[in-house]
Write a protein of this length. Structure first.
Lengths: 154, 767
């Protein structure tokens, strides 16, 4: 057991963790932050995406012990019902959410692109998002939602 | 029913109910649920495709600290089931004599954490006597093949031959006859949320089961049967579902296994499939081989269709027989007008994963054969493939040789719209590595009366004093947007803002009996039930309002949350909220709208002839794909796709588009990238890296055209749309590839290797 200190959504958590525990499992099982989803556990679907110091990572491939002291952002930390993040609002308004299982990972990955502020072509954005799988929507309304926020942020 | 010009909600673009909680990350899915003292279950599965179980020793596993229960078949009632029915079948929740596919369940462990559970599995000793295995259904049918089930000679699970009219006469009457063979592949539903179960007995032996299911009532029945518990003692709680696509309609062995572990340990147990388990042991779309022989007149009229279908059933019975017969083979009768049809089906056991319903329920396989061959016929007759289809197009009001009746039908319009919008005439026939191809679909638009049951749905709408409405049905939203669509119907009738409609969560204790979410049935059946309930409630509210206003009820109308005397909206009106208060608060009467729908036109299928009319209505559609083929590599890029679908009436156009777009991408995956691969009975690509589903990088422009034929019996004219989008996509792509480079792929998936080899062969034969 390691006595770990993790910074998640601007809060500090002191919790005992095993060295081999993934960040995904610590978030979901130890901290009750179940918004981040487990889709494959091998970094291939993106449902577990979180931001670590602003960059998107598959939390199923991150050992929690190695990200102590870093700023971790999960879906629970980016918006509230009274104040949705623009990406959350765009996903909702444009029908980009069907079953909703991929949605947290999608929004987090998209947020990292929006926050980066880099000038990216649509093809580059599609490629950057391609680590997030969706089986329900066919991606069309999701990319429309993301592009609408990127356009507004310009 | 005439299209309403003054619609209040119908036709509005609405996002799904619960979109906000899903975007916030607080929608509860099965894996998110944690109960006090909950144990984690893991299943021991056969590593062999076919073997006798000689001996099983669980003693070491039972002794491992942290293990609270180990179960084998002896801890279960040993009832063999068929998943979709509470009738005897050939699968045990835990096998004890034989295993029949890699992944077959034989034991299970519940422990205080997953790691201990996995360690315990390793400690279970099983002695097998390996038996020869068979993987190909045609091989499995031959004399001398390994026998998988003692009672199934030649491994045949089901055989039927049906004829409507006379194909012999039809072929005599034909000017040309075409014979082709088609093969479809094994694909996975690919839902992002794997299957799982949580089961908990309380101290009075009542069982609560949390499930990601499309069918809570049906599951309750099945679980009661398998676990030998009275149905009244079981509560199935539905949660948000992370995709279903037909793979979460019927019971999975994992579910009773979870119940048995909960019973033995006395604690709640959670089992969730890993992705590897889901892809390597989960049920799959039934692969089929279809030999299709079609006779036509020289003007293109279809005269006769004869089909021989061999379905790879996998190791156990699920719905292979019904899917092949109704989903696949009936399409040979249903798509286009054909007077003479014969089909012969063998559903065959193999030592592989067993199959399940998969979006389209057998129709994608049937349409692959029909629509590929229509293009072959068109080329033979030197006809435009669109013209050939129009020549044989289904028409409203027709009754086909099996007695299925078509009500609303806009297939002609779908084809014509696709031709107009896709640049069909300009793009076709160039053979310059770029081509366009089309395929059509007929699909159930309101489910069906199957398995001896009717086709029904029920709804209750409770008015609450704050002016909101609580909609209770038996139906389940699996993410496709049925909750918001049903809410729109309520809002339309009551003329209140949509935000005031709340939809109850699935719970068999408090919801209404239902048939479940499948067959694209919710819009039509539940929509009609909800429509009736809303009208009933509206009458009750109007009656109250008429008393409050002192006016004749005939004079009243409603809009924007108010009830008023027509023409005197400003002066003589009361709010809906006030009206509800008057009823519940002052008079003490409950305001509940009650609605029920049953398809009264059902003519049950005659088991002798196969004739009948279990289907209330049909969805029609047409898709055209434009592709570009790289002749150096065989790689196919989809340039764009136009999809026109007759859904009767688009209650929620945004939801309907979402269904079509999602289905088209899923169909594209099944066409080009996805294939489960076996080596010696073991799936060798049980992960998303090697089982490649479409990603953002694979998308292409999809133009959806919603065609509204206004079904006479659908709610506001609406029919279903959930499945139809996937049915023609693969074949439109196949036909487009032929148009682009002149090679026809008749076995799925369409890999670059197949195209490249076919191009090489073509070049060689042309020399």
């Amino acid at each position: 057991m390691i006595q770990a200190r993790l910074r998640i959504n601007s809060e500090t958590y002191d919790i005992p963790i095993e060295p081999q525990e993934t960040l995904l499992d610590v978030l979901r099982e130890k901290l009750g932050l179940t918004g981040t989803k487990k889709g494959c556990e091998t970094g291939e679907c993106g449902a577990c995406t979180v931001l670590i110091d602003g960059k998107a990572f598959n939390s199923c491939l991150v050992l929690a012990a190695t990200v102590q002291g870093r700023e971790i952002l999960t879906i629970e930390g980016i918006g509230r019902a009274e104040k949705l993040h623009p990406l959350q609002a765009a996903f909702i308004e444009r029908g980009a959410i069907q079953c909703g299982f991929c949605t947290p990972g999608m929004i987090i990955t998209a947020k990292s692109l929006v926050d980066e502020g880099q000038e990216r072509s649509r093809e580059e954005i599609l490629e950057s998002m391609s680590g997030n799988l969706c089986r329900c929507t066919g991606y069309i309304k999701i990319i429309e939602a993301i592009m609408s926020v990127i356009e507004k942020t310009k | 029913m005439k299209k309403q010009d003054n619609s209040y909600e119908i036709g509005k673009r609405r996002y799904g109910t619960d979109s906000i909680v899903k975007a916030l990350g607080c929608a509860d899915f099965l894996a998110d649920i944690k109960l006090p003292q909950m144990l984690y279950g893991k299943i021991l599965r056969s590593p062999l495709p076919h073997a006798q179980i000689l001996n099983m020793d669980t003693s070491k596993a039972e002794q491992l600290p942290g293990v609270k229960a180990v179960i084998t078949a002896k801890d279960t009632p040993g009832i063999r089931f068929r998943t979709y029915f509470d009738v005897p079948g050939n699968k045990l929740a835990l096998e004890n004599e034989k295993v029949r596919f890699v992944g077959d369940e034989i034991a299970a462990v519940a422990a205080i954490d997953e790691e201990i559970a996995l360690e315990a599995l390793d400690l279970i000793r099983v002695d097998y006597k390996e038996l020869p295995a068979v993987y190909d259904p045609e091989e499995a049918m031959r004399p001398g093949a390994p026998q998988i089930h003692a009672e199934a000679a030649n491994n045949i699970s089901y055989y039927i031959k049906r004829e409507f009219g006379s194909v012999e006469e039809g072929f005599k009457d034909s000017d040309y006859i075409f014979e082709n063979r088609f093969e479809t592949s094994a694909v996975s539903h690919g839902f992002l949320e794997t299957v799982g179960c949580i089961a908990q007995f309380d101290l009075s032996s009542n069982l609560t089961v949390w499930l990601s299911t499309q069918n809570p009532f049906h599951l309750r029945r099945q679980l009661a049967y398998i676990a030998n518990i009275p149905e009244a003692r079981i509560k199935v709680k539905g949660l948000h579902i992370g995709g279903g696509f037909g793979g979460k309609t019927a019971m999975l062995p994992l579910e009773p296994i979870c119940i048995f572990l909960a019973r033995k340990s006395g604690k709640p147990v959670k089992i969730i499939n890993t992705r590897e388990e889901q892809l390597s042991t989960g049920r799959i779309r039934y692969p089929m081989t279809i030999e299709l022989k079609t006779g036509v007149k020289k003007d293109g009229r279809l005269v006769a269709r004869q089909a021989r279908v061999i379905t790879d059933n996998g190791a156990y019975d699920n719905k292979g027989a019904s899917i092949t017969t109704q989903g696949t083979c009936e399409r040979f009768i249903q798509l286009y007008r054909v007077p003479n049809i014969q089909f012969e089906i063998h559903v065959v056991f193999t030592n592989k994963q067993w199959g399940d319903s998969f979006r389209g329920r057998g129709a994608p396989q049937g349409i692959f054969a029909i629509e590929s061959q229509m293009d072959i016929i068109a080329e033979g007759l030197r006809m435009d493939p669109a013209e050939l289809r129009l020549k044989n197009v289904n028409l409203p009001g027709e009754i086909n040789p099996a007695g299925n009746r078509i009500t609303s039908c806009a297939l002609r319009e779908c084809i014509e719209k696709v031709v107009a919008e896709s640049g069909w005439k300009e793009k076709r026939g160039k053979r310059n590595n770029r081509g366009i191809g089309m395929a059509c679909v007929i699909h159930t638009g309101g489910g069906a009366a199957l398995y001896g049951r009717g086709n029904f749905s029920a709804a209750l709408i409770r008015a609450d004093q704050d002016g909101t409405f609580h909609l209770i049905t038996g139906e389940t939203d699996i993410g496709q947007g049925t909750n918001i669509m049903l809410s729109q119907i309520v809002a339309e009738v009551l003329r209140v803002p949509i935000e005031r409609i709340k939809v109850a969560k699935a719970d068999t204790d408090s919801m209404l009996p239902s048939l479940g979410t499948w067959g694209s049935r919710i819009t039509y059946t539940a929509g009609n039930a909800v429509l009736a309930a809303a009208r009933d409630l509206r009458q009750q509210l109007f009656w109250l309002a008429s008393e409050m206003l002192g006016e004749n009820i005939e004079k009243l109308d409603a809009n924007e949350g108010k009830i008023f005397v027509r023409g005197q909206e400003g002066e003589k009106s009361v709010s809906v909220t006030e009206t509800i208060s008057e009823g519940i608060g002052k008079k003490g009467i409950p305001l509940m709208g009650k609605g029920y729908f049953e398809d009264k036109n059902v003519i049950p299928r005659d088991p002798r002839t196969g004739c009948g009319n279990p289907y209330p209505t049909w969805h029609f559609g047409c898709q055209a794909a434009e592709v570009e083929v790289d002749p150096e590599t065989g790689k196919v890029a989809i340039v764009n796709l136009v999809a026109a679908h007759d859904l009767g009436r688009a209650i929620n156009p945004m939801g309907a588009e979402g269904q079509i777009e999602g289905a088209v991408m899923q169909g594209t995956g099944c066409a080009l990238f996805e294939e489960l691969k076996w080596e010696k009975g073991r799936i060798v690509n049980p992960n998303f890296r090697d089982y490649k589903m479409p990603t953002f990088s694979d998308i292409f422009p999809i133009k959806t055209i919603l065609v509204e034929s206004e079904d006479p019996d659908g709610p506001f004219g609406a029919k279903g749309i959930g499945e139809a989008g996937i049915v023609p996509t693969t074949t439109a792509i196949v036909n487009a590839i032929y148009d682009a480079v002149g090679v026809r792929i008749t076995s799925l998936p369409i890999t670059p290797e197949k195209i490249f080899s076919a191009l090489r062969r073509k070049a060689c034969t042309q020399k």
